[in-house]
Structures are given as C-alpha cells and as structure tokens.
Design a protein. Structure first.
Length: 406
C-alpha cells in the first residue's frame, strides 16, 4: 500500500518577485520505525531541517527537503506520517527507487538487507545516505564502494560520532597541536543492557544473534574506525578479544534465546598520524558493563604536551604546564581531586545535533553534485576493521590492515 498524495514541490520552484529559487529534494527514508532511524534521522534531523525552511546554499538559493516514509508495516508507517505531518509514505521501497521524482534513498534498516537496497538505488541513479555497517561482509562493502565510485551519484555514510560536541572539541585540540606528539588513545564505551527476563532489554534481540547480523564487533568497530581516522590517523593493525558475557537473553515476546553474537569486544589498535608518528589505541566496548564515568563513551588522548578526555558533549584537558606531580602512597587515602585538576574545553560556538549537521553537509554535497567526505570506501574500511577484529579474536593474532583497492 502506498499513499496516493502527489508532491507539490518535486522540482525546483521558479523565482518570483526576486525571491531566491527553492529546490526540494525528495528523500525516501527506509527504516524510520527503528530507534535510530526515527529519533536521530527523522525527528532530530530531517524534520528540523524542513521546519527551519531548508538550507541556504552559497548562491543564495534554498534547499528544502520532503521526506517519504518507508516501512514494511503500513499501520505503523502511516501513523508515523500522520503524527509528523508527512504527506507521503509507502511500503514499496522498490517503487520509490524506480520513481524518477525521488532524489535520495536513505537506509536505516537491517544490515542484511542494506547492500541490495543501496545497489538498486545507485543503479537507478539515486543519491544514497546510509547507516552503517554498509554490509555484513567485506566483499559486499568493497563492491558497494566500487559502485559508489562509478555510479555518478553522491553517496554518504553516517559518521555521526565525529560531529558530537565532545569529539569536535577533541579534534580542535589535535588540529591546534595541543597534544604535542600524540602517544595513545584509550576509549571506554557501553552500558548494561538488561537480559530481558526481569526488565525489558533496551536493544532489539537481533543485536545478540550472529545469524541476524548482530554483534558488538560488527556494530561498533565500524564506528571506531572512522573515529580513530578522523581524530588521530589511519588504523594499521588490530588485536582484539571478543566474547559473549551473557549467553542467554529474552526476546521481545519474553522467550529465552541463545545469544550467538559477541556482546563485548576489547581491542588494541596501532595507528599512524599524518606525520607518521605511531600511536597505540585501546577501546573497550561492552553491553555488559555498568557505567562509572561521566558519559556512556569517553576517549582519552595523551601526548607529550598535554592530555584530554572527551565524551559525547564534554571535553576536559590538562596541559603539561598544569600537570601535577602525584606521589604513590598506599598508606594514606588520596586527598586530592584528580578530576578537579582538569580544565573544560569551551565550544566557542553553538553545536547542533551531530546527525543533523552531517545531513546538512550531505544535502549540500548533493545540491553541488560533489562527493561526500564520508563515502562508501570509508564505510568499507569500517567493515574491514570489524572483520579483522573478529579474525584476530578467533586466531589470537594481530591482524594488519591492508589498503583497500577499488
């Protein structure tokens, strides 16, 4: 079933009375009934862009967006469209891919279905914007990257964490040389996901079944790859240990099931800065950890001139000139506040929602007909890191990261 409402602004509107030209991009949004697709991409990105009147382009014209909601459940998707004043919705993704009035296909559905969706969309000449991982296997991810490089469309992959206020501040410190020579990065990510027996789980059950595309390594190493690349430098090798700490969980119907996917991954990564300096990164990722830190994810970067700790929003730093000299004394309780010895890094500007910021960059790239900075090749490198992380764990060996050639 598809709504029959027509789109009144599928094409660029002609200027009238000297007003700037308005161009509307029609975006088929697949997977918006899911948590991430709904909250971050529809509710906090596309709808605010539409409500603010679109984007002003360098030539003074306006770029507006018109979402079309896509999902398998007609009742859910139609209710969502009505709730947010969206005129069009559909359960037929293929029809929208073939619709010449649709400009962009966005995908936030299950990873297993994603490669075919993206291939069809690019073959039909649609621009694509997608969640990650882009595929379950490296071969599929590389094939998508090759298609993206030759299809003549703008292809973008969500790299949302680089747009978080905390990491924006951290990157600013790197760019300004605050750290001197960077030595290491340490990351802690995760929280306790309830098993589902006494309290409902906060994440869908498929996340814990390998056969359904679940797994911490598959899910998060693609994020860590672009975070490490975007802040420090290229990942050269990985040594990982993955495990399933909670072997039995309960699904959405309250039925027990075996968790076949890893729910924690402990990784050591060798990096190389653009200047050629070696850096060691350690990142712990777990759905079976209780939080004792300021934010759900934190990264600490240490360098010869200073250190910084960044979370989703906050970033604190300590320069070498302000570094105290702790003395180890196990016979006396600690009297100093180590956290109080750090200074908060100011934003110095308003930072909007990270998903929305990247959407705006992608839409401007579409309007300009240029490649997006975070493309399908960058996504393939994330899938590669996840695959080699799993191989490292299985073989208990360090895996080198080769260059991907298209």
């Amino acid at each position: 079933m598809t709504s029959t409402l027509t789109n009144p602004a599928a094409a660029a509107a002609e200027p009238r009375d000297g007003a700037p030209r308005v161009r509307t991009l029609r975006i088929a949004m697949n997977g918006v009934t899911g948590r991430m697709g709904y909250r971050q991409h529809l509710l906090r990105s596309i709808l605010p862009i539409r409500e603010q009147g679109g984007l002003t382009l360098p030539d003074g014209s306006t770029l507006q967006v018109e979402p079309i909601l896509v999902g398998r459940n007609a009742e859910k998707i139609s209710a969502l469209a009505a709730q947010h004043g969206i005129e069009e919705w559909s359960t037929d993704l293929d029809a929208l891919i073939d619709d010449p009035s649709v400009d962009i296909i966005f995908d936030a559905s299950m990873t297993q279905l994603r490669p075919e969706t993206l291939k069809k969309a690019m073959a039909a000449g649609k621009h694509i914007y997608t969640e990650k991982p882009t595929a379950e296997t490296l071969d599929e991810a590389i094939e998508l990257a090759r298609l993206g490089a030759t299809a003549g469309v703008t292809a973008g992959v969500v790299h949302d964490k680089l747009y978080l206020p905390g990491l924006v501040k951290l990157r600013k410190l790197v760019d300004e040389g605050f750290f001197g020579r960077i030595l290491s990065l340490r990351g802690e990510f995760g929280y306790w996901v309830f098993e589902g027996d006494t309290q409902p789980a906060q994440r869908p059950s498929w996340n814990y079944r390998t056969e359904d595309g679940g797994g911490m390594t598959t899910d998060m190493f693609c994020h860590w790859n672009y975070v490490l690349e975007g802040i420090i430098g290229k990942v050269k090798s990985v040594n990982a240990l993955t495990t399933t700490h909670i072997p039995t969980r309960w699904d959405e119907q309250g039925e027990p099931y075996q968790a076949t996917a890893d729910d924690a991954a402990y990784g050591i990564f060798e990096l190389e800065t653009p200047a050629g300096d070696p850096v060691i990164a350690q990142i712990n990722s777990s759905w079976a950890v209780r939080v004792y830190r300021d934010e759900l994810v934190e990264f600490q970067v240490d360098g010869t001139h200073g250190s910084a700790v960044a979370g989703l929003f906050k970033c604190v730093a300590q320069h070498r000139s302000m570094t105290p000299k702790p003395v180890w004394n196990p016979d006396l309780p600690v009297a100093e506040s180590f956290r109080g010895q750090w200074q908060e890094v100011p934003a110095n500007r308003d930072l909007d929602n990270g998903f929305k910021l990247q959407w705006e960059e992608f839409l401007q790239d579409v309007a300009a007909g240029r490649p997006h900075g975070f493309d399908l090749l960058s996504a393939a490198r994330g899938v590669q890191l996840a695959a080699l992380g799993l191989e490292s764990s299985a073989t208990r060996t360090t895996q080198s990261i080769p260059e991907i050639e298209l």
